[in-house]
Design a protein around this ligand. Structure first.
Ligand SMILES: *Cc1c(COP(=O)(O)O)cnc(C)c1O
Length: 360
């Protein structure tokens, strides 16, 4: 077996221990005589899997009792519609546009009501987080929406926006479980799991109970009502059962590593190795304003598209894969999620140093 250092933005690297356990349990999950893929989601065995997953997530994030945890399908993108359909009582919401995912959510909300762009960093290719300490927010918006970590551009809110009392809704797909969070500051926290938690196909929604109501926009499909899923403990219909099982294993892995405070420490150490190198390199340059840098996604360029392509090619041959930047930014991007060991980043930096020396 040979594993590469996988810097993919998503689907992304998972802990090897988790993959190994899943392999061990593939044919016979704990004496059930079948794979988790093959069992009824209404069975006792599966009930324990999903309940344990929820409890472990609650423990990791310190989720208060007045928040529901939902395991849903449709990816993060389906939430772009589900959020306005369920939350836009006044048909008005504020969006802070800090990248493509925030922009897509903003555009989708415009289908259902008035989506107001409260701030944007599009003027400088989304390379920074706008000042959100004193935004002009209309009184009657139903919520303020952010994408907390911008996967494509590599920026992260270091401070949450001042929503002036309005409900905060956050897409945390690419920073989920990367550091401790104060759940009480949000009305909704959600994310697709394929960036930092598990296999694509699961989206986790953590939502304050008072936001879950029957009062959805007319025409909202049953499957897109939070209440339907909340009342059924995520078992209204067949959930993405195998994916949830893997997420549960990752939660246990995170607990065993020491929880989110420990992950934050490691993620900071890891990111520092790369950013410190970029800051002194004569060839490579980070693309993001230093104070807004993400710990998870690190875009960088040489300034020469041909040299970028050469770097990506040679890195791939050396076992550092998926470093090509998003097509809208170009250059490179190293995604260094929880499951990327520090060693992987150190070796990447060694490789970059060698490339720099050879191409000076
Ligand atoms: C990847 C990503 C999405 C889209 O996720 P899908 O599950 O493919 O819909 C949305 N938001 C952020 C921040 C992402 O990183």
């Amino acid at each position: 077996m040979s594993r590469v250092y996988n810097f993919s933005a998503g689907p992304a690297v998972l802990p090897e221990e988790v993959l190994q356990q899943a392999a061990d349990e593939m044919m016979d999950y704990q004496g059930s005589g079948m794979s988790v893929m093959e069992m009824s989601h209404r069975s006792k065995v599966y009930d324990k899997i999903i309940k344990d997953a929820e409890q472990d997530l609650r423990d990791l994030m310190n989720i208060p009792d007045n928040y529901k945890v939902l395991f849903l399908q449709g990816g993060a993108s389906q939430q772009f519609a589900m959020i306005p359909m369920n939350l836009m009582k006044n048909k008005k919401a504020g969006y802070i546009v800090t990248g493509q995912w925030a922009k897509k959510a903003y555009q989708e909300a415009g289908i259902y009501g008035e989506a107001i762009k409260l701030a944007s960093s599009e003027d400088k290719t989304f390379s920074y987080i706008p000042d959100c300490s004193d935004l002009d927010i209309p009184e009657d918006v139903d919520y303020v929406y952010i994408c907390e970590n911008n996967t494509i551009y590599g920026t992260k809110y270091k401070e949450l926006p001042n929503t002036k009392g309005h409900t905060l809704v956050a897409d945390v797909s690419s920073c989920f479980l990367s550091e401790p969070v104060d759940v009480t500051k949000y009305g909704v926290i959600y994310g697709g799991v394929q960036k930092n938690i598990g296999p694509a196909g699961v989206v986790i929604v953590i939502i304050r109970e008072d936001l879950i109501t029957e009062d959805t926009l007319p025409g909202t499909p049953t499957m897109l009502k939070y209440k339907i899923h909340a009342d059924a403990d995520s078992l209204y219909n067949t959930p993405p059962a195998y994916g949830i099982y893997i997420c549960g294993k990752v939660f246990k892995w995170l607990k065993a590593q020491g929880g989110l405070a420990e992950m934050k420490k490691r993620n900071e150490e890891k990111a520092k190795v790369l950013y410190d190198f970029l800051d002194q390199s004569k060839l490579f340059k980070g693309t993001v304003v230093a104070k807004d840098r993400s710990l998870m996604n690190v875009p960088f360029v040489t300034g020469d598209a041909d040299l970028d392509a050469k770097f990506v090619k040679e890195a791939t041959e050396a076992g550092f894969v998926n470093l090509k930047g998003h097509r809208s930014v170009g250059g490179m991007r190293a995604s260094i999620y929880n499951a990327m060991p520090k060693e992987g980043v150190e070796k990447l930096v060694e490789f970059m140093k060698k490339f720099e020396a050879e191409n000076a």
